[in-house]
Design a protein around this ligand. Structure first.
Ligand code: 9MG
Length: 272
């Protein structure tokens, strides 16, 4: 007999980049109206969370001021919160943006620098509610793909994430508010990324929900020899592998397809 849902399925986080130059969809949602329309579409397609980003993290991207990031992100965050019943996440590494986003009701701060920026730990610790995603990156977005090197990629990233979790706990952030992310594509070669996926249980067994972002990334382009617009099937294959290895949140540009593969994979995993 088909067993009913015991544990909730992993969540799908839809990417909403409000930047002129983001990886894979740069410029598409740069106006508030276009961003909002796309947020509604992702909600209809079954997204659980929308991750709003006002500064591109792709290699070589230009950095922007906190004010510019706020001007891009805040109107979209506030409108989504007013119009849609789903969770919101703000992808930022700046304390000022974090503080405003938290005041504006963001549910998650998604920080690719794992709260190492000036004032960002305090900004998150000052809230008693917001969740934080601590992601691993080697280097910084601008230069991260210049010869990434590890002696032991899995254990070095595990140690980094555990150290950042400890810093958060000591700052008073409850363990229930912490998500971790090995940071696929952030200062990693294709081989590093593939090994991280193979060994994902090392992270999912740490006791913190694991978020992964694999959607349309260059590792897929390199393995399959596909342009960014042709990476859906590769992204979905990785989403299936991530869910079957225990990931709890899948960050994606392709919400409808990802929702289906996440639900299908989860249904199989639920069977006893
Ligand atoms: C902002 N961003 C781009 N890729 C990402 C990933 O893999 N994880 C997280 N947490 N954020 C990401």
């Amino acid at each position: 007999m088909l067993q009913e849902n015991i544990d909730a399925a992993p969540q799908v986080m839809g990417v909403l980049n409000v930047t002129p130059d983001s990886f894979s969809d740069g410029g598409n949602f740069f106006s508030v109206d276009a961003a909002l329309k796309y947020a509604h579409q992702m909600a209809e397609e079954g997204a659980d969370i929308i991750d709003i980003g006002g500064e591109s993290t792709r290699p070589g991207a230009q950095s922007v001021s906190a004010q510019e990031e706020l001007d891009r992100v805040m109107p979209v965050l506030l409108k989504i919160r007013a119009e849609l019943p789903l969770k919101t996440s703000v992808d930022t590494s700046k304390a000022e943006v974090m503080r405003e986003a938290i005041a504006g009701g963001a549910d998650v701060i998604n920080d690719v620098m794992a709260l190492r920026g000036e004032g960002s730990l305090a900004a998150v610790a000052a809230s008693n509610k917001v969740q934080v995603c601590l992601m691993h990156i080697q280097g910084e977005p601008r230069t991260m793909q210049e010869n990434p090197y590890y002696d032991d990629v899995v254990n070095e990233i595990k140690a980094f994430l555990l150290e950042r979790v400890q810093v958060c706990l000591e700052a008073g952030i409850a363990s229930s508010r912490i998500l971790i992310d090995p940071g696929f594509g952030f200062g990693k070669t294709v081989a590093h990324n593939l090994l991280l996926m193979k060994q994902l249980p090392v992270f999912t067994e740490l006791g913190y929900p694991v978020l992964v972002g694999l959607s349309r990334k260059s590792l897929i382009g390199k393995v399959l020899n596909k342009q960014v617009t042709e990476r859906l099937y590769g992204s979905l294959a990785l989403a299936v592998l991530a869910v079957s290895r225990g990931a709890r949140i899948i960050r994606t540009h392709d919400v409808a397809a990802t929702v289906d593969v996440v639900k299908m994979t989860h249904a199989v995993l639920q069977q006893t």
